[in-house]
Design a binder for this molecule. Structure first.
Ligand code: PEP
Length: 248
């Protein structure tokens, strides 16, 4: 299975010059490590300016509308994303869930619409805290099950999952390899319950949450990790290089 290094630029940088530098570094290291699929998710206003030559990158949006078209001011339709060259779209990022009240049901609507329009949805989910009573297990189960509820069995292999514990996003706190391993087993069990063994095995699961140059190797070595979703390090070329290299 080809591993994925997905870079979520978030709301950065503010200048086109810096955006060109970021995409240049993603392209450079994607070329250097051709066995890794590198997915780059710039802010929408830059996509149009950056798409002239993104080879060998896969271009992604950071979000999409639940609607295909119509009177929905300020949104981006997945059909439009496809038109400008996006092959992937991140849905359900914790920042969208927290800042815009995005629910798992909406995430599922987006995921289905993305698949129907030929894009790969990168579905994010993750607990806000890892409590000792294990409530996070129920939360993850509910979030994942609802986020996939509209995605039928025949399309199961077309989604990519990104397990992103919120407490590890942008904080520098990383999950231990043991905890990541046991959480991946839980996620796989949930997937088997929903889609059955054969289909569940085909679903890629990325890890996200303060992946950096200094921890990428040990996280990449955890069995079941199909790649990373990276935020802050996306703009730091030496980190981009180390993270892609860890998956090669
Ligand atoms: C993210 O925003 O999805 C993310 C994982 O951010 P960071 O790598 O900065 O923790």
């Amino acid at each position: 299975m080809t591993k994925i290094a997905a870079f979520n630029w978030k709301l950065k940088p503010t200048s086109l010059k810096d955006a060109q530098a970021t995409i240049r570094s993603h392209k450079k290291y994607a070329k250097q490590y051709p066995t890794v699929q590198v997915v780059s998710a710039p802010p929408m206003p830059f996509v149009h300016k950056l798409i002239s030559d993104t080879t060998p990158l896969s271009l992604s949006a950071q979000d999409m509308s639940t609607k295909l078209d119509g009177a929905h001011t300020g949104q981006s339709s997945v059909a439009m994303l496809r038109e400008v060259g996006c092959s992937h779209v991140i849905v359900g990022h914790s920042e969208r869930r927290a800042e815009f009240g995005e629910t798992s049901r909406m995430v599922s609507e987006k995921a289905l619409l993305a698949i129907e329009q030929g894009l790969t949805p990168v579905i994010c989910f993750g607990e806000d805290e890892r409590d000792s009573q294990g409530r996070y297990i129920d939360l993850l189960t509910e979030q994942l099950t609802t986020s996939l509820s509209l995605v039928p069995e025949k399309h199961a292999s077309k989604v990519v999952l990104a397990y992103e514990p919120i407490w590890a996003i942008g904080t520098g706190a990383t999950i231990t390899t043991d905890d990541l391993f046991s959480t991946l087993i839980l996620i796989k069990k949930i997937l088997v319950d929903i889609y059955g063994d054969r289909r569940a095995k085909k679903i890629k699961i990325l890890y996200g949450g303060s992946v950096k140059d200094y921890n990428a190797d040990e996280l990449a070595a955890v069995p079941g990790v199909s790649g990373f979703l990276v935020g802050g390090a996306s703009h730091k070329p030496e980190m981009v290089k180390a993270i892609i290299a860890s998956l090669s």
